[in-house]
Design a protein around this ligand. Structure first.
Ligand code: FES
Length: 373
């Protein structure tokens, strides 16, 4: 195989500090087998990872989980990120962000907080997360504003909340959000388990986009709304993680370094651990990061496709999950002979009542769904 092109530095270092989380979201992007992976890097290891990431050239640092506020050393980690000159982002459910903790994180230099809501209604928010957190999140939104952080809200969209789109945007506006990310569900991990419940119809999506565009026209720059389009409905593959090993370097709680947060499930690929390898070596030289860089690895129909530089073959994890081959074209693409799998899933979700109940993300379900666990 032709060698993968030498990449530039990663723009983002994504530190998944823990898989522990008080919520039980049905679309959680953490691995379904998270309960098998309890090990977490200690504080010193995270500080070293931050230093190595910055030396490599990363400028953005995402602190996520699970719920990163469950780490008692979060302030120490944030302070080091700030000292190193990263722009730091905390991605949180809000659980654990008291006024005191927010002040400590601000003093440590945290630049940005992204708060997730599951819905604009208490009933659906609390149902989808299997926790009573709607009122808490509303209080946390005020705490974020009081600290002077930009107000950034994130809502994952799917069939169970997309009908509330008008209310979701109005809620974000009323809370004084500067940015609202409406992220259509990506079907990996827990969302794939629950796909029959979560896939919206074409009509629901069209309506949601119309409502979003009407609000955009009304609010202009006062609140920027990002509508992350769903690849299942578009017939086009997305340039996942902006290209494998090109922008994001994710470090899982146990120290495994990954080009995307679900890549560990791909068979036949080894991903190095930061306990044993430096980030520079991992980024430039590891087999796992090089395997799907560029276009040389592609099979047909991607190899001769005029779009191959634009979408870079789509998502490797989705190709594996839906077509059984991580090197195959992404079935979201209409040019792929396997595209009927995606169309069938959308059609069935619209026509049939799901055969199994929703599966909430928790340790018992993780063990139940993990083969051999
Ligand atoms: Fe892994 Fe798209 S989520 S490559």
């Amino acid at each position: 195989m032709t060698q993968a092109p030498r990449p530039g530095p990663p723009l983002w270092l994504l530190a998944e500090l823990t898989y522990r989380c008080p919520l039980h979201c049905v679309f959680c992007f953490n691995p379904v087998d998270f309960a098998q992976r309890d090990s977490e890097l200690g504080t010193e290891d995270w500080l070293r990872v931050l230093r190595e990431g910055r030396a490599l050239g990363a400028v953005q640092c995402g602190l996520s989980g699970g719920e990163p506020l469950l780490r008692e050393d979060l302030e120490t980690i944030v302070a080091e990120a700030s000292r190193l000159g990263y722009y730091s982002n905390l991605l949180t459910s809000g659980v654990g962000l008291s006024t005191q903790r927010a002040a400590a994180l601000k003093a440590a230099g945290l630049d940005h907080v992204q708060l997730s809501f599951q819905d604009s209604t208490r009933e659906m928010n609390d149902f989808l997360s299997h926790t009573r957190t709607f009122d808490l999140k509303s209080r946390v939104a005020r705490i974020i504003r009081d600290q002077g952080w930009p107000m950034v809200l994130n809502v994952v969209l799917h069939r169970m909340n997309i009908g509330h789109i008008e209310r979701i945007i109005a809620m974000a506006h009323a809370m004084g959000a500067e940015y609202l990310e409406l992220a259509n569900t990506q079907y990996y991990s827990w969302a794939l388990v629950n796909r029959a419940h979560l896939l919206p119809t074409h009509e629901q999506l069209r309506h949601a986009e119309e409502v979003t565009n009407a609000w955009r026209a009304r609010l202009g720059e006062r609140m920027r709304i990002f509508f992350v389009a769903p690849d299942y409905h578009e017939g086009r593959a997305k340039k996942c993680v902006n290209g494998w090993g090109s922008m994001f370097l994710t470090v899982a709680p146990d120290g495994t370094a990954l080009p995307c947060h679900t890549a560990r499930m791909l068979p036949g690929l080894e991903f190095p651990n930061v306990r044993a390898h430096g980030l520079r070596e991992i980024w430039f030289d590891s087999e796992g990061f090089n395997r799907f860089r560029g276009t040389a690895w592609m099979q047909e129909p991607c190899a001769s496709c005029a779009q191959r530089e634009q979408d870079l073959g789509g998502c490797r994890c989705q190709a594996y999950l839906l077509a059984g081959d991580a090197a195959a074209a992404d079935p979201a693409c209409a040019k792929n002979p396997e595209h009927h799998r995606v169309q069938q899933a959308v059609r069935q979700a619209a026509e049939r009542v799901p055969e199994h109940p929703l599966v909430f993300r928790d340790r018992a379900n993780s063990r139940r769904l993990t083969p051999g666990a």
